[in-house]
Design a protein around this ligand. Structure first.
Ligand code: HEC
Length: 290
């Protein structure tokens, strides 16, 4: 009995020591200078379609976080291959800078909120994890400034997030942060309501003739993307919409309303931009051998 106990305690201490050494050797290996570590600007260079979608779905919020970027180049033309005119290059540079800023902020929030306490970012070569989460992680994937400190996590209450980018829509993430159980029944993930703020949005009441033809209630409204923090800003946006209408459609302006609404704040936007980036960066594309 005594023998078994001492074998078990030596094995226990051995496992602990091995984990300790591995945790030290691995970070040392990836920072030891054999391969250049990618900067945040480099990992942000490829703008994800989801980042562009955030700008389209949350225009007022995006403008608050990144003033002037949507004017420098419209979201629609960011991903289109329109050739490299000087203007376009300058616009893309502004988008890349905004992307880098969001990724850095999103990573900081991921750390601050303790997301890593329940989520890993490391697919291990055991238990068929690759079937569930995607290809086994390699150290090259962590060889960038966003993974300092590395976000492997300590345990998995929720799923591994190594390849979360593009897996879910931006709206799914927003709904999930507001109330995880609404999109994932029985979830134990906490709500993150401080990623939201109250404001005012524009909505459009449907055309009365359409209401009559379709049987929809005449007061049915459709929201217009973008939530403004003050009623005055929303009223100004309403006026801009009305001024942009051709005269034949002036009556449309009367059906534009300003109503209270809730939206993601810039922290929420940044965190989603970060989640949508995870697993999309190709390490070999930017790392060079010394
Ligand atoms: C108490 C543990 C816990 C914490 C803290 C937590 N999560 Fe989760 N998370 C879960 C669980 C459990 C699930 C699986 C059920 C679900 O989808 O809600 C999950 C699911 C997710 C998913 C969906 C993954 C997928 O594609 O299926 C994402 C994304 C996510 N969490 C992000 C976050 C972020 C970002 C934070 C920090 C702001 C966070 N989580 C904090 C437990 C947690």
């Amino acid at each position: 009995m005594d023998r078994i106990q001492s074998i078990l305690s030596v094995a226990g201490v051995g496992c602990f020591a091995l984990a300790f050494v591995l945790s030290a050797v691995y970070p040392w290996a990836i920072t030891s200078g054999t391969v250049t570590e990618a900067t945040i600007a480099e990992v942000a260079e490829r703008i994800t379609p989801e980042f562009v979608d955030l700008a389209e779905r949350y225009p007022a919020e995006f403008d608050r976080a990144h003033p002037g970027v949507r004017e420098a180049l419209t979201p629609q033309s960011v991903l289109a291959d329109l050739g490299g005119s000087g203007d376009r290059e300058a616009g893309l540079a502004a988008w890349r800078e905004a992307h880098a800023k969001s990724l850095r902020r999103g990573r900081d929030i991921y750390v601050a909120e303790g997301c890593w306490h329940c989520h890993s970012q490391y697919v291990r070569p055991v238990s068929n994890e690759d079937i569930r989460f995607g290809p086994v992680s390699t150290w090259l994937q962590d060889n960038n400034a966003l993974q300092r400190p590395v976000m492997w996590g300590t345990r998995r209450v929720g799923p591994d997030l190594t390849y979360e980018g593009g897996l879910r829509s931006n709206d799914w993430h927003a709904a999930h942060f507001w109330e995880p159980r609404n999109v994932s029944p029985g979830s134990v993930m906490p709500r993150f309501r401080w990623f939201f703020e109250e404001g005012f949005r524009l909505s459009r009441t449907i055309d009365p003739s359409i209401a009559e033809r379709t049987g929809l209630a005449p007061e049915t409204e459709y929201p217009i993307a973008g939530v403004y923090l003050t009623q005055a800003d929303a009223e100004a946006a309403r006026q801009r919409h009305i001024d942009a209408l051709p005269s034949a459609l002036r009556a449309e302006g009367e059906r534009l309303n300003v109503t209270p609404a809730r939206t993601l704040n810039s922290d929420g936007l940044s965190l989603i931009a970060y989640l949508q980036w995870l697993g999309t960066w190709q390490p070999t594309a930017t790392s060079q051998e010394d």
